[in-house]
Design a protein around this ligand. Structure first.
Ligand code: ZN
Ligand code: ZN
Length: 247
C-alpha cells in the first residue's frame, strides 16, 4: 500500500499545502481519501483525475470535500472520462452538499452520471478491506481503516476525543491522526485532537507508526510532533505535502 499526501493543511489550505487529501494505492487501485480545498491540483501531479477508482469522504466540511466541485469539472469537461461511475463513499447528504457547493440551482448537474454515492459500510473496495468508526466532530464524521494484504492504514479524519478511534486504530501499521490543537491553544472539546492526544491514542492502539496531520496554517507541525512524541514511544512524524509512505 502506498500513501501519498496530497494535502495535509488543517481546516483550510495553507501556504505550502492544500487542505486534506490522501491518495492510497494498492495493486493498481487508486483510492482518494478526502478532497479538500485545492487538493485536485496536487492530485494531478500523480495521476489524471479520471484515473481515480474510488473516493472516500471522511466528512462534509469544506476542507475535506470542497474540491469535489473541481473534480466534477475535470470529469465532465476534461479530455478523458472515467471508465465507469466512480464510487464516492461518504456521509449521507454528500451528493446534495457537492451540488449546492457547485451551484445551488444546478438541477442539471446529474452527479449520478459521474459518481455512485454510497454510505460508509465495512467491506471490500478494490484490494482494500475497509471499515469505519463514527468519530466525535460537530457533523457526521468517520475514521477509516484500510487493510491491503497484511498492512493497515488508519486515518482519523477530524475528531475530538474518541474511544472509537482508538479501537479502529488497533495495531495499525500506520496511524494518520489529526493533531489540530497544541498545548498553546485553548482546547475546545468534541472538535479536534491535540498532538499529545494523538500520541496517547497511538500508544493505546499499539500502532507501528504515527503520522500527525491536519495542523492548521497557524499551527506548528514540529510542535505537533514534539507533543505527540511525549505520549508515544514509536516513530512520529508530521505529514508533509508530497510525502510518500510505503506501508
Ligand atoms: Zn478538517
Ligand atoms: Zn471537520
Amino acid at each position: 500500500m502506498k500513501l501519498t499526501v496530497l494535502g495535509c493543511s488543517g481546516s483550510m489550505p495553507g501556504p505550502d499545502s492544500p487542505a486534506s487529501a490522501y491518495l492510497v494505492e494498492s495493486d493498481g487501485f487508486r483510492l482518494l481519501v478526502d478532497l479538500g480545498n485545492g487538493a485536485l491540483g496536487a492530485l494531478q501531479r500523480y495521476i489524471a483525475p479520471h484515473e481515480v477508482d474510488a473516493v472516500i469522504l471522511s466528512h462534509l466540511h469544506p476542507d475535506h470535500c470542497l474540491d469535489m466541485t473541481s473534480y466534477v469539472v475535470a470529469l465532465r469537461y476534461g479530455p478523458a472520462q472515467a471508465a465507469a461511475r466512480i464510487p464516492v463513499i461518504g456521509p449521507a447528504g454528500a451528493r446534495d452538499r457537492i451540488e449546492a457547493a457547485y451551484d445551488p440551482m444546478a438541477r442539471k448537474l446529474r452527479l449520478h452520471e459521474l459518481f455512485d454515492f454510497a454510505a460508509p459500510r465495512p467491506g471490500e473496495l478494490g484490494p482494500f478491506m475497509v471499515s469505519f468508526a463514527v468519530v466525535n466532530h460537530p457533523v457526521p464524521a468517520y475514521a477509516i481503516r484500510l487493510t491491503a494484504g497484511d498492512h493497515t492504514l488508519v486515518y482519523s479524519g477530524d475528531t475530538g476525543e474518541s474511544d472509537a478511534l482508538v479501537a479502529l486504530a488497533s495495531e495499525a501499521d500506520v496511524f494518520l491522526c489529526e493533531a489540530s490543537f497544541s498545548s498553546e491553544d485553548a482546547y475546545v472539546p468534541n472538535l479536534h485532537l491535540t498532538g499529545q492526544q494523538a500520541g496517547e491514542y497511538a500508544a493505546r492502539a499499539g500502532v507501528g507508526r504515527l503520522i500527525v496531520t491536519h495542523v492548521p496554517p497557524w499551527g506548528s507541525r514540529e510542535l505537533a510532533v514534539a507533543e505527540a512524541a511525549k505520549a508515544f514511544d514509536g516513530n512520529v512524524e508530521a505529514a508533509q505535502p508530497g510525502a510518500v509512505y510505503h506501508i
